[in-house]
Design a protein around this ligand. Structure first.
Ligand SMILES: Cc1cc2nc3c(=O)[nH]c(=O)nc-3n(C[C@H](O)[C@H](O)[C@H](O)COP(=O)(O)OP(=O)(O)OC[C@H]3O[C@@H](n4cnc5c(N)ncnc54)[C@H](O)[C@@H]3O)c2cc1C
Length: 439
């Protein structure tokens, strides 16, 4: 049974976001005979695992390296918390690419509708935005998290903050770096929900890779997902157009199998290159091509509404006193940022020939040199390979230890798909751990 080898009162304060930080070790000793589940990581996946296990009558201790839980979740709420997406299930699961089969299984237990019902159960209504994305009515994460933590505490979950998991002792107990020194916790079962490695200052830094590798767990290298890509812009473009949106463009690229793909959306020019929802959505293919070929070609159609031949005819009309920039604005409906891109990429010959210019505008070639570093990315690709887990998300190499959330090897674009899969896998792992303890 669970044995806490040290007693510690950590802290009991409110943090800047108003989320109560109650991290009091209740000093349980071996006389407590009910099986105890240790959950490490208090993001959406870990908290959902705690809720699921509690609902099945399991005593839960939740440990987190930070002074409060859900920091990345709160950050996600800063620009409007995109909880999930309203599209049909079959389309929804396609977003998980190569892992759609496995993730679909998780989502059958907890899909977008279930997530919205769950939020409603916490008194948080949601709405579907014009793009199909689902948000809380007030767009915020903090009220939802506050209510959720209140409910978890009422259900008996004990929170232990400032506990950084270091790995296992030789005997299989959990090792934590805590304020008072190293702390050893022997739990009956464990859920690891340690997140990826983006935005490490929020707590998820990927340091779990080493102990899991040592334990024989197969882990795909952690990589940036939902991130920008670097392009060698001229000084002019970098200083004058960083931050400018490119609205309604069509990206053309080769996917990882070399098949031509096209997708319409929006991106943003940045000081280092290009970012935004369109780039994030196709980022996995671009990242793979960069890794394989040292760079990736992306062609942007800057005037999707005008066919190439018609565009060439428009540009060929007598220009009179109009500058070329003004001409492009009038005849091709390009704004200043799109014009700047044309001037950045097209050579003098192309600029002087309407047919060549139209071809450039319809397929502007950009060479992507590298994805941005993982620390800046919105999410992490790679992680614990799903083949290393059984159907309850238990590590085959370590019976009794379950994994959930972004630390698993799946990825998805922004749009609410990340959180939905984190919640769903947390639920599955929590239920799986409860089932395992009850057996
Ligand atoms: C800027 C930004 C905006 C985002 N917006 C959205 C959005 O709108 N919609 C969406 O679907 N997704 C969004 N995401 C992604 C989403 O927030 C994550 O996918 C999700 O939080 C991952 O949940 P998780 O529980 O797996 O991991 P995390 O939320 O990262 O939680 C992991 C927890 O584990 C703890 N931990 C890590 N290592 C240790 C250790 N060694 N010991 C103890 N504790 C440890 C961390 O402190 C953390 O509390 C956004 C991400 C970012 C960065």
């Amino acid at each position: 049974m669970a044995t806490c080898l040290m007693l510690a009162i950590v802290d009991d304060r409110n943090d800047a976001d108003g989320i109560s930080r109650r991290a009091c070790d209740h000093g349980r000793m071996t006389q407590d005979s009910s099986p105890r589940l240790a959950i490490v990581g208090g993001g959406p996946a870990g908290l959902m695992a705690a809720e699921a296990a509690c609902a099945d009558g399991i005593q839960v201790d939740l440990y987190d390296a930070m002074g409060s839980v859900g920091r990345k979740f709160l950050l996600a709420g800063k620009g409007g918390l995109n909880l999930t997406h309203g599209e049909p299930f079959a389309r929804f699961v396609e977003r998980y690419g190569e892992r759609r089969g496995e993730v679909a299984r998780w989502l059958r237990a907890f899909d977008a509708d279930a997530l919205r019902d769950w939020a409603r159960g916490l008194g948080v209504e949601t709405f579907v935005g014009s793009s199909g994305r689902v948000f809380p009515a007030d767009m915020k994460a903090a009220p939802l998290l506050r209510r959720w933590l209140h409910r978890l505490r009422a259900a008996g979950v004990t929170f232990h903050m400032h506990h950084r998991w270091l790995g296992w002792t030789g005997g299989g107990a959990l090792r934590f770096a805590a304020a008072e020194g190293e702390r050893i916790v022997a739990a009956d079962a464990v859920v690891l929900a340690l997140g990826g490695a983006s935005w490490p200052k929020l707590g998820s830094d990927g340091a779990w890779v080493a102990p899991l590798c040592d334990a024989g767990v197969d882990i795909a290298p952690l990589q940036s997902a939902n991130c920008g890509f670097e392009i060698a812009w001229s000084e002019h473009l970098r200083t004058r157009f960083a931050g400018a949106p490119l609205k309604s463009v069509v990206a053309h690229w080769l996917d990882r199998h070399g098949i031509a793909q096209a997708r319409q959306g929006e991106c943003v020019l940045s000081e280092y290159g290009i970012e935004g929802s369109l780039v994030y959505a196709i980022g996995a293919d671009l990242r793979e091509r960069v890794a394989r070929d040292g760079g990736a070609m992306l062609h942007l159609d800057l005037a999707p509404g005008i066919p190439r031949v018609a565009l060439a005819e428009r540009l060929a009309a007598p220009r009179g006193k109009h500058s070329l920039g003004d001409w492009l604005r009038r005849r091709a409906h390009l704004d200043a940022a799109k014009c700047a891109l044309v001037f950045e990429v097209a050579d003098k010959v192309a600029l002087a020939d309407p047919v060549a210019l139209a071809a450039r505008i319809k397929a502007l070639p950009l060479t992507l040199r590298a994805p941005r570093p993982l620390g800046e990315a919105i999410s992490t690709a790679g992680g614990v390979r799903l083949e290393a887990l059984d159907e309850h998300l238990m590590l085959r190499a370590r019976p009794g230890t379950f994994c959930a959330g972004e630390m698993l090897d799946w990825e998805a674009p922004t749009g609410g798909y990340l959180l939905t899969a984190c919640f769903a896998s947390g639920l599955l792992a929590g239920r799986g751990a409860a089932r395992w303890l009850q057996q």
